[in-house]
Design a protein around this ligand. Structure first.
Ligand code: 13P
Length: 290
């Protein structure tokens, strides 16, 4: 099996992207993994601080490592949106393959200092444990909630998109492996429609930094925008809200349809299937299969 980084670089070379999907529970993981295996594409499972607390850090590592070993399958685990060095360190110590340090709310110099500390720690740990560990950081605010939104979050606008100059400075100073910029993307799905993405900004940032870019806030964006951004240097796309919506809607329907049913393995399968469908469609798009 190739390494995580090799899969990212392979996606880059082919002009496609890997899918990163967030989970809060095992059922969503089943749905995501079923879809990935059906298509035979590598997959990244993400847990934010809140998702990780609910699922359990060690539990998430144990399950993902067990699947990877049992099926010899490229499934990787990312500590998504962690807000301090300590939180990143704890997840990496537990065995996560990568982490996203998100300090966009701090002043830039403070952000650079702590991000660099995460990179140095990841390099040390990866040597000590003889495994590959990647550090990603976010630059530019894109909102923070994977939910249905009435409007575009305050503080997100074209004027606040990441500039190629800032991105280069940040990458040069920190030594991160992956950068998540603000290029028109927002976390969550805006009721009246998500803003358009800016592939030309992706191109400029990619050219300035030379490292793989990650598109956060994928839910609700248009297919043609994804394709254009992937072509210009996005190698990983994050999806969360679409999974939450699919899971919750299917579960709600199953419970409403059979109010007497109390057996989880009987009312949860439709929710697993709903997640699988969403993920399959997204993976096909990101992998250039349709
Ligand atoms: P969405 O909820 O908009 O899909 O964003 C997910 C995300 O970027 C997680 O890191």
């Amino acid at each position: 099996m190739k390494t995580y980084k090799e899969y990212i670089l392979e996606a880059d070379k082919k002009g496609i992207a890997m899918g990163h999907f967030n989970i809060s529970n095992l059922e969503a993981l089943h749905g995501i993994y079923n879809a990935a295996k059906k298509l035979g594409v590598p997959i990244i499972i993400g847990l934010s601080e809140g998702e990780e607390e609910f699922f359990g850090k060690n539990e998430a590592v144990a399950v993902v490592r067990a699947l990877r070993a049992r099926d010899n399958y490229p499934i990787f685990l990312n500590a998504d949106h962690h807000y301090s060095f300590e939180a990143v360190k704890n997840s990496l110590d537990a065995g996560f393959d990568s982490a996203v340090i998100d300090l966009v709310k701090l002043p830039l110099e403070e952000n650079i200092k702590i991000t660099k500390q995460c990179v140095e720690y990841a390099r040390e740990l990866s040597k000590k444990e003889n495994r590959e560990i990647l550090i990603e950081a976010e630059l530019g605010f894109i909102g923070s909630s994977s939910k249905i939104l009435d409007k575009i979050p305050d503080g997100v606008s074209e004027a606040t998109m990441t500039t190629p100059e800032d991105a280069k400075h940040f990458v040069d100073e920190t030594g991160i492996d992956l950068l998540a910029p603000s290029i028109g993307n927002v976390h969550g799905m805006v009721k009246s429609g998500n803003p358009r993405l800016h592939p030309e900004r992706v191109k400029d940032i990619r050219k300035a930094t030379g490292i793989p870019l990650v598109l956060h806030g994928g839910s609700g964006s248009m297919d043609e925008d994804f394709i254009a951004c992937i072509k210009e240097g996005v190698d990983i796309v994050h999806i969360n809200t679409e999974i939450r919506v699919a899971f919750t809607k299917a579960l709600r329907k199953a419970l409403n349809d059979s109010p007497e049913e109390i057996t989880p393995y009987k009312y949860l399968p439709p929710a697993v299937d709903a997640v699988e469908k969403v993920v399959e469609a997204r993976l096909k798009l990101f992998s250039g299969m349709k």
